[in-house]
Design a protein around this ligand. Structure first.
Ligand SMILES: Nc1ncnc2c1ncn2[C@@H]1O[C@H](COP(=O)(O)OP(=O)(O)OP(=O)(O)O)[C@@H](O)[C@H]1O
Length: 284
């Protein structure tokens, strides 16, 4: 089976006005995404994430290298038939309602009549906006706008979805909704290629991760492998008494072949604490 995405030795330079030297935005980047995988590209601002995605979509032409989507060269229009895209800072017509927006994009993709109407309903439900489908986008929150953007990216039932900063400017509650949607897409077998600054979220949803820095891919691979600390073993106990912990310490000391680095309470994350104390709170 062809990979969903195959980028090989991609190079892209820009010649910004007022700058003598060309700017090397993407420097010999290669990556592969298998069908059904969720792939996260992370890196500091200006490191080449969006340019890589745009080259894959055929929106910028590479200086050299190739981009393929399900085996088709991305410079060919046909390759985009199976792709949905949520750009960074998507622009929407603020006077249109959520359902009118989806209808508009659906028509651009050739959907009509009952098929279009049922697709619009299905997508509004998927992104949890059924109750807001008749409201104008001008009154949507940032999180709702990102979700309508995601619905727009799914309008033509793509096999690959490319999401450039899907949670930019969205609070932790909205971010979690988007994260759940991405997991839902994965369940449906849709391949997802995303970039994000929310590293914890990338960690929660991605199967593979690439770290890009100054245009170069500096680390790439399955998330589990990248995060595993090779020389350490974790044991987590529930309800351990201080006596039991002391016994474990003694055992390790007596054995002498290993060192106990840390024992104590594992920490939650600020995001989990925030959600637990706000929307997930169960008041008596
Ligand atoms: N159309 C363009 N013309 C000139 N320079 C560009 C253009 N697009 C991107 N660049 C430059 O290329 C480099 C990579 O930009 P890119 O947008 O791909 O980075 P990014 O990793 O997506 O950043 P961010 O996290 O801020 O979105 C940056 O230095 C940027 O200024």
């Amino acid at each position: 089976m062809d990979p969903a995405v195959e980028i090989t030795d991609l190079v892209k330079t820009f010649r910004p006005a007022g700058r003598k030297e060309p700017l090397l935005a993407v420097d010999h980047v290669s990556l592969r995404i298998q069908p059904g995988e969720v792939y996260g590209l992370i890196g500091p601002n200006g490191s080449g994430k969006s340019t890589t995605m745009k080259a894959l979509l055929g929106l910028v032409s590479p200086d050299s290298g190739t981009c393929r989507i399900f085996g088709n060269d991305s410079l060919k229009v046909d390759s985009r038939q199976d792709v949905g895209f949520l750009p960074e800072n998507p622009y929407f017509y603020k006077h249109l309602s959520g359902s009118e927006t989806l209808r508009f994009y659906g028509k651009l993709c050739g959907l009509r009549g009952a098929t279009l109407e049922s697709r619009v309903r299905e997508l509004l439900e998927l992104v949890d906006l059924s109750g807001a489908g008749d409201r104008r986008l001008g009154g949507y929150s940032k999180g709702m706008l990102q979700r309508i953007g995601l619905a727009q990216a799914l309008i033509q039932d793509p096999r690959l979805v490319i999401l450039d900063e899907p949670t930019a400017g969205v609070d932790p509650v909205g971010s979690r909704q988007i994260r759940d949607l991405i997991l839902d897409l994965k369940q449906r077998g849709i391949t997802v290629f995303l970039c994000s600054h929310l590293l914890e979220q990338v960690q929660e949803v991605c199967d593979r991760v690439g770290i890009i820095f100054r245009g170069k891919m500096v680390k790439e691979g399955p998330l589990e492998e990248l995060l595993a600390v090779e020389d350490q073993t974790e044991i987590i106990l529930r309800d351990a008494s201080p006596e039991l912990v002391a016994k474990v310490r003694e055992l390790v000391a007596a054995d002498g072949s290993a060192e106990l680095l840390r024992s104590g309470r594992p920490k939650t994350t600020l995001e989990r604490l925030f959600l637990q104390e706000t929307v997930d709170r169960v008041d008596p």
